[in-house]
Design a protein. Structure first.
Lengths: 184, 1003
């Protein structure tokens, strides 16, 4: 009875790239995401299942290939994988107590990149983003303007901003406006 | 006008630092004028011999330029780039000129030189302090209708722009180890010292150039160079350092908790044609580990009769205009002083070739080298004398002088008078930081006393005298701040040698001779609010004994300049009148902002689309393309109804409602809150959060759940599906999603931390497509893969996982319409494609999109409640007819004890019932009150109110839900709804109006 219909993805953001200046604001590629919750005694087994060592320090991340784990709380990680691997299936192999919930479509990733990216994000984020306080590899749940985001510094001048889907037009527009400001 | 020099007749050749070749054209009240690049409006006007720039607030007296800085109370003008970019009350001493700058004077009609409002000056004896409070008291009603509107129209200086501001404003958060406020000698030295350690330093100054007083002090050297040269070299050094951010034209306006300081950076106000992309101003929100305040001191004027005449100016300002801008403020300049610092200005003017006929000094026997130097230049020094009045009207023309102890008067013709009553340390930011000031009795000034935050004051704002001492103090403060911020023992310590005097002590506060208690002269204390010495005394006589009361009664210090020049004078006069020492009278607290900040800067990015996030569902574009009307539900845009050509809302909604019950409807339910509850104790946790039982709910089954607060009242509701033994898919109301998540997380973390369960918000993971109606299964089944959708295999209130249109789905069989129906969850990015596929297939079968309005009606036809509409935070499950949803055998859940409270079990509670109007065409108003007897006298006893009311096309009549006292005992009774146009008769019914047996659910 199944008709040959295959639904296609419709991303909430349709525009691609912006910014007259050194800093570009672009959409991240589609990725698989899991909100992972577990107690400390499960970290080793989950790390093994994921193929990376889950970070246990605040504001830290671990990366292995296309897969990254962002520490969000003492028992909470955001796992992002923009490769082909099956994140959910990998986690299902871990037989320790945990909660893994697919949030691939819940979040949208936005990449802010270029010299001055720090200032663009600081246009709406009150955190200290100096490399001393927020080095490459640092990540945290934080605020951008009036919304909650997860911020991850992937390179000296590159940040990944993760927000919920319906807030992504706001986040994108905010970062675009803020990117216009850095040249003065 | 004779042979005008290019940039103004008062520009002194060879003086100042501006470049004569770089001219700038601007207009003042339509008159075209020329200034130089780097001029402020004040210096450019003075260069052109213009002192009269505005009219005062209350008496419309001619006013000139008092200062050369942000403390300016008088020279407020209107700057207009175009209709939407217009700024009133701009201080001429702060605004830099640019080509094409258009300036208008304020508070005058028909012209600045002839102002009708000046009649107030003549009648001023009838306008004492507190005049408004006393005069406009009777009749009482007239205050609102006549007096207040008239006074408001007459009051104020500038005119508010009429159009929305088209400028852009920006924002930046920043952190630093040391924030230095003020880039004069002290600030620069502190910044150098802190930066040398490698600490991150932000240095800000409200002026376009750094240097502070070094810009006019002609007689100092630092590190072997003239002061100003040292300042420019130092700032270049600082700018070149990676760990230093220098912000000029940037005012630290607010000092908040935990070293959080607000700065306003003016980016384009000085530019002739700012680039379109350029923000006008930028707000800096800075969190500093340490703050060094180097905010300097502000010179006070002398309080004597007619001291507000244009041409009367602070001595330091005259010196700044001469030494920095190359402008002489007059050709024959008199001096009136109570301390030494005016002498330096007199000497500079004299040396520049300006006639300085006399220095009147209130001190009997001033003794210092600078006094002798003035004498040696041929200036007459007259100690022990006072200027008791100034002559002239639109420009000062003479000084009237007499000895302090009485004697013969003398008149000296002048065209400008420079004054100095001494210096007031700028403790504004220190005070804002909640620091307590201390009275320095020897020098009659308030200084930083007890610190409340991690900051240090250095230089003139700390009362430190002598340039070398100031610099030493600043270096020490910069160094120790960096050290405490974690940079101990790093870098090479800074040391600087300074020569020359910089004295901030001496002088007087209060009214000078000739403006004493026995006079009625206008000796101004606060120029901007037209407060005179006698007003302050009157306030005391009228019983105002606290400086806070004196301030409010007289409005002294309450103008936009916040009394930077007037506070101390006002305080001294009040103290004298009260016969109390100054510290016993007290100082008013300084409040943010230090100088006015535009709304644009405070608001910055949060305008238009960025005012607040607008949330749209995954299928929003489809609804919009169909011409849907949207309604706002919180931040969400929800499709409200889909009008077809020629349809109004009523017709569209009726059509949608009928279609759902006859064929099928499709509805976007994506905004419903969704929470995934995962863990071996998931069911146990839900048992505690909901009234319903969950342990025995089978995998693949759904249940409608009610959540209470601790007090027993309904908090939220929604359908919960069990996907696995340890995994539930919880839904909440749209508006309740965030608070339900918080409520659950709160209980989990504080009351039930022993449970092995975690909560994850999945609201936005899923796009939710409701397909409801007799043909719903027929429409979607062909698109679904891997799920047996037969009535037997998938009955009402069940959930299955499989695929639809090739993508994963959580398929819920449930209904908020009373029809057979499904809610199809798909990953959000697929929402629109799946919706379109379903619609394409269903359209020939009568599938009709319906919006939230139809949804509301359809559920009301079935008596399904909406939390927040049919409940209001005081409704229990029993009240709402939901007793069946309470697990009878449960011993614990949030609210179980609340439900046993006496007032929740006593008869007489309001209960949810249906209402049918006797006339079926009449639709009740939601919120309308219900009475048992419409003939009782007003105020009637109200026994309930209508919570939901609609026209139901499916029932062919109006329907309503209501909360009525003892409602369930009144079924069949007739009640009344009194309305402005008559009483509506209603019958109390059950809450289900359509398919009472609920057979259609199982179709």
């Amino acid at each position: 009875m199944v008709e040959t219909i295959q639904a296609t993805r419709l991303h909430p953001l349709q525009s691609g790239r912006t910014g007259p200046a050194a800093v570009s604001v672009t959409l991240a590629d589609n990725a698989t995401r899991v909100s992972l919750r577990a107690r400390p005694d499960a970290v080793a087994a989950l790390s093994k299942a994921l193929g990376l060592a889950l970070p246990t320090k605040p504001k830290s991340t671990a990366v292995n290939g296309s897969r990254a784990a962002l520490w969000l709380g003492p028992d909470e990680w955001l796992i992002i994988d923009d490769g082909e691997s099956n994140l959910v299936a990998d986690l299902a192999k871990a037989k320790v107590l945990h909660s893994a919930v697919d949030v691939s479509h819940r979040n949208v990733g936005i990449i802010v990149s270029g010299k001055g990216a720090e200032g663009v994000v600081n246009g709406g984020c009150p955190q200290d983003l100096s490399e001393r306080a927020f080095p490459v590899g640092a990540a945290s749940r934080t605020v951008l303007g009036k919304i909650e985001v997860v911020l991850w510094r992937t390179a000296e001048n590159t940040f990944r901003v993760e927000c919920w889907r319906s807030f992504s037009p706001y986040a994108f527009a905010f970062l675009q406006v803020s990117a216009r400001d850095i040249w003065v | 006008m004779t042979n005008q020099v290019h940039s103004g007749s008062n520009r002194i050749s060879g003086a100042g630092r501006l470049t004569p070749a770089k001219t700038v054209r601007f207009t003042f009240d339509g008159q075209s004028l020329t200034g130089l690049e780097g001029d402020t409006l004040a210096s450019a006007l003075l260069a052109n011999g213009i002192h009269l720039v505005g009219r005062s607030f209350k008496y419309h007296r001619p006013r000139g330029i008092l200062s050369a800085g942000s403390e300016e109370p008088n020279a407020l003008v209107d700057i207009e780039r175009d209709k939407s970019r217009k700024q009133p009350n701009v201080r001429a001493t702060v605004q830099e000129i640019y080509d094409g700058l258009k300036v208008k004077s304020q508070n005058r009609w028909p012209s600045l030189t002839f102002d009708v409002g000046a009649i107030n000056d003549v009648f001023s004896p009838m306008l004492p302090a507190g005049f408004y409070y006393k005069t406009f008291m009777w009749p009482k009603f007239a205050w609102k209708t006549i007096y207040e509107p008239k006074i408001r129209a007459a009051a104020g200086l500038g005119v508010v722009p009429g159009e929305p501001d088209t400028d852009r404003y920006s924002n930046r958060f920043a952190h630093c180890d040391v924030l230095v406020v003020g880039a004069g000698a002290a600030g620069l030295a502190a910044a150098l010292s802190a930066a040398a350690t490698g600490a991150t330093v932000i240095l800000c100054d409200e002026q376009p150039e750094v240097g502070g007083a070094l810009r006019y002090e002609s007689d100092v050297t630092i590190d072997g160079a003239p002061g100003y040269e040292w300042a420019t070299a130092t700032i270049a050094r600082l700018r070149a350092m990676d760990n230093v951010t220098v912000l000029t034209r940037t005012t630290a306006f607010g000092y908040y908790a935990q070293n959080f300081v607000g700065l306003a950076e003016r980016i384009s106000d000085h530019l002739s044609t700012p680039a379109a992309e350029m923000p006008r101003e930028r707000l800096w929100q800075i969190r500093a580990k340490k703050v060094v305040l180097a905010t300097g001191a502000i010179e006070r004027h002398m309080v004597f009769a007619n001291n507000d005449r244009p041409g009367v100016m602070l001595a330091s300002a005259a010196r700044m205009f001469l030494n920095h801008y190359g402008v002489a403020i007059g050709r024959k300049v008199g001096v009136y002083t109570a301390n030494d610092s005016a002498y330096a200005a007199a000497i500079d003017l004299k040396r520049a070739g300006i006639d300085v006929p006399i220095i009147v000094d209130t001190r009997d026997n001033p003794k210092s080298a600078i006094v002798e130097e003035a004498r040696s230049l041929g200036i007459e020094v007259l100690p022990g004398h006072a200027v008791f009045s100034a002559g002239g009207k639109r420009r000062v023309s003479s000084m009237l002088i007499k000895p302090n102890r009485g004697g013969s008067e003398r008149k000296v013709a002048v065209d400008a008078v420079i004054v100095s009553a001494g210096w007031t340390p700028s403790v504004h930011l220190f005070s804002q930081s909640r620091g307590k000031v201390a009275w320095d009795a020897a020098n009659e000034r308030f200084l930083p006393g007890t610190y409340a935050q991690d900051c240090l004051s250095v230089g003139a704002c700390n009362g430190t005298d002598g340039l070398q001492d100031v610099i030493n103090e600043a270096i020490a403060a910069g160094g120790s701040s960096a050290e405490q911020a974690g940079f101990a023992g790093k870098g090479t310590p800074v040391s600087l040698t300074a020569t020359g005097s910089a004295s901030w002590i001496g002088g007087m506060i209060g009214s000078a001779a000739g403006a004493g208690p026995d006079t009625t002269v206008k000796a101004f204390v606060d120029f901007q609010n037209d407060v005179t010495a006698k007003d302050v005394r009157l306030a005391v006589r009228e019983g105002m004994h606290s400086i806070e009361h004196v301030k409010r009664f007289t409005t002294n210090g309450m103008a936009t300049d916040q009394g930077k020049t007037s506070n101390l004078h006002g305080l001294a006069i009040a103290a004298e009148a009260l016969n109390k020492p100054i510290p016993a009278v007290g100082l008013t607290t300084f409040r943010a902002p230090f100088t006015p900040v535009t709304f644009g800067t405070i608001v910055n990015h949060a305008r238009h689309d960025l005012f607040d996030p607008t949330r749209r569902t995954p299928m929003h574009a489809w609804h919009a393309a169909q011409g849907a009307a949207f309604e706002d539900v919180g931040q969400w845009k929800r499709a409200w109804y889909y009008p077809q050509a020629g349809e109004d809302m009523h017709a569209a909604v009726n059509r949608e409602c009928v279609a759902v019950r006859t064929e099928a409807g499709i509805f976007d339910a994506s905004t419903l809150g969704k929470i995934e509850v995962v863990g071996p104790d998931a069911a146990k946790f839900l048992e505690l959060l909901y009234t319903n039982p969950w342990e025995k709910l089978g995998v693949g089954r759904l249940r409608y759940g009610i959540m209470l607060r601790e007090d027993g009242f309904i908090y939220d509701d929604g359908v919960v599906g069990r996907l696995a033994e340890d995994r539930f898919h919880v839904t909440t109301t749209t508006g309740g999603a965030p608070r339900v998540m918080n409520h659950m997380e709160d209980y989990l973390q504080t009351e039930f931390p022993h449970l092995d369960v975690w909560l994850t918000s999945t609201t936005e993971q899923w796009g939710v497509i409701a397909v409801q109606g007799p043909r719903s299964r027929e429409i979607i089944a062909p698109l679904v893969e891997g799920i047996d959708m037969s009535n037997e295999a998938m009955p009402h209130m069940s959930v299955r996982e499989g695929k639809i249109c090739g993508v994963p789905t959580r398929l819920f069989r449930m209904s908020f319409t009373g029809e057979t129906g499904y809610e199809i969850n798909v990953p959000a990015d697929y929402g629109q494609a799946v919706w379109e596929a379903i619609y394409e297939r269903g359209k020939p079968l009568g599938l009709t999109p319906y919006g939230t309005e139809a949804m509301h009606i359809l559920r009301a036809e079935k008596g399904y409640i909406i939390v927040g509409q049919d409940t209001d935070g005081t409704v229990t499950p029993q009240d709402a007819g939901l007793t069946w949803a309470i697990g009878k055998n449960k011993t614990d859940y949030v609210g179980i004890r609340g439900l046993l409270r006496r007032d929740l079990v006593t008869p007489g509670r309001k209960q949810l019932v249906g209402l049918k109007t006797v006339d079926p065409k009449v639709v009740l108003e939601e919120g309308a009150q219900i009475v048992a007897n419409p003939n009782q006298p007003v105020p009637m006893t109200m026994i309930g109110h209508v919570t939901s009311s609609y026209w139901s096309e499916n029932c062919g009549r109006s329907i309503a839900l209501a909360l009525v006292i003892d409602g369930t005992k009144r079924l069949g009774e007739t009640l009344y709804v009194p309305m402005p146009n008559g009483v509506i008769e209603v019958e109390v019914t059950g809450t289900v109006f359509f398919d009472e047996k609920g057979e259609r659910l199982n179709g």
